[in-house]
Write a protein that binds this ligand. Structure first.
Ligand code: SUG
Length: 448
């Protein structure tokens, strides 16, 4: 049966702003309190989705979340009407209001970890929503993420959903941003590659000194168990703590994989040789031929990789088996990175083509092309079981761009977040969106 990888992109929500919320994420910190443009952000994301669809890839959409998160603010003790909750939070604790307004759910690579049916014990596609336990503004995403994923992948015969792991730092889980799958073809059993930043229960593993390591080994192992992955189909590797301290807060900022190919920076991992040979052997036992493309630090330093987001690219398989790299505009404006990419495609590498997208609004918060998408490999029967409302089509693209034009502001600063009218605007927009995407009731304001 034919299988493919579907990219579900996060639609940027109407409160997109630069809150400086992510310590360890250089872009988020350096753009703190800049004014943002939510409309432009959403349209940039939609353009990427449309372009991939036009290239022949199956493309999906993942809905944003309800923000401001009034229900969350109530749990923190703010009371009264919804408008009073926002006014009080703005007066008494602006940082909490800002965190409760983040549109961070757009980075759906962090929404969940997904294992395709070819890898799992019960032959279903498994999803574990990520607890995103490292930052408050992200830790509030998973309940709605679970409801949205449940509405998109509802058929229990094909899809299994697991709740987020326990909400403690020891099980810090950031979803697919630290998970890659290698395979000969999407429908065949593959090797799932889990990269962790630290081990919480085992002190033998080193940890970064400055910035937090968001993903733990124990969280990755729990996800592999929940998904029913076999030992033969899993490889664990530790991220180099030194690069976390240089701003590599997720592995997808320093490596990307697809099919039989791993494209990575020389400094990305610890014990790289051991890891590569394990990937080579395990994929070999699955009939695949593992290929590693290492970018040497002498050609692209870690700082350039973090600034340009070279590795936060989408590595996609064309119908003829060649690969295409989707990179952000920041790669073209970095001379070293751009020169490297020209050499890469001129070489005998499996990556034959590079396409550039303007995602500046998201990039300024540390989210590149790969952050904006959740990959789900599906066979034909499973694809037919996905809620068709979330699969991108030319009419849906038109509907969504009109919806953005109608509801989104073109400027957002901290002051705007304190405007109770923003909540009404967002709820009106999201209520309409759930109808466009045929999701049913998924938001707290729709179900409480
Ligand atoms: O979790 N930024 C996100 C970026 C996530 C990128 N995802 C992947 N690499 N997969 C984060 O740090 C910044 C929000 C702000 O500062 O307003 C933020 O949450």
């Amino acid at each position: 049966m034919k299988s493919c990888e579907v990219n579900f992109d996060g639609l940027v929500g109407p409160t997109h702003n630069y809150g400086g919320l992510s310590y360890g994420n250089v872009a988020s910190q350096s753009n703190c309190q800049q004014s943002s443009n939510p409309r432009e952000a959403a349209l940039q994301g939609l353009s990427k989705m449309k372009a991939l669809m036009d290239m022949g890839f199956t493309q999906g959409v993942l809905a944003p979340q309800e923000r401001p998160d009034v229900a969350g603010l109530r749990k923190l003790g703010f009371s009264g009407t919804d408008a009073q909750v926002i006014e009080r939070a703005a007066k008494e604790s602006m940082p909490l209001l800002v965190a409760s307004c983040s549109a961070s759910s757009m980075w759906v690579a962090n929404a969940a970890t997904v294992s395709p049916s070819a890898d799992t014990a019960d032959g279903r596609v498994h999803f574990t929503a990520a607890n995103l336990n490292c930052k408050y503004h992200r830790s509030i995403e998973h309940p709605t993420t679970s409801r949205v994923l449940g509405a998109m992948f509802a058929d229990q015969q094909h899809f299994a959903h697991h709740a987020a792991l326990p909400a403690v730092a020891q099980f810090g889980d950031e979803g697919a941003a630290n998970h890659t799958r290698f395979c000969r073809s999407y429908g065949e059993a593959g090797v799932e590659f889990f990269v962790f930043g630290r081990a919480a229960f085992d002190t033998r593993f080193p940890a970064p000194q400055k910035y937090p390591a968001r993903q733990t080994l124990e969280a990755s192992q729990a996800v592999a168990r929940l998904h029913g992955l076999s030992e033969d189909g899993v490889v664990y590797a530790q991220q180099n703590p030194a690069v976390i301290d240089q701003g590599v807060f997720h592995n997808d900022v320093i490596a990307v994989g697809n099919g039989e190919v791993l494209f990575y920076h020389e400094d990305a991992f610890l014990n790289t040789e051991h890891m590569l040979s394990e990937l080579h052997d395990k994929l070999g036992r699955r009939g695949g031929r593992f290929q590693a493309i290492c970018v040497p630090r002498t050609e692209v330093g870690v700082e350039d990789a973090v600034r340009s987001y070279l590795f936060n690219s989408q590595l996609l398989s064309n119908a003829d088996g060649s690969m295409l790299l989707i990179v952000p505009e920041e790669c073209r404006s970095n001379e070293r990175v751009w020169n490297y990419l020209q050499r890469l495609i001129a070489d005998e590498s499996p990556i034959r083509e590079v396409k550039v997208f303007d995602l500046k609004q998201s990039m300024q918060n540390g989210g590149g092309p790969a952050c904006l998408r959740l990959r789900v490999a599906l066979n034909e029967t499973e694809l037919a079981a996905v809620n068709p409302g979330v699969i991108m089509t030319a009419p849906l693209y038109d509907t969504l761009t009109q919806w953005v034009d109608k509801h989104y502001r073109d400027r957002m600063t901290e002051n705007d977040l304190a405007d109770p009218q923003l909540l009404t605007e967002c709820r009106t927009a999201l209520d309409e969106l759930t109808q466009h995407l045929k999701l049913g009731a998924v938001y707290p304001f729709q179900i409480n």
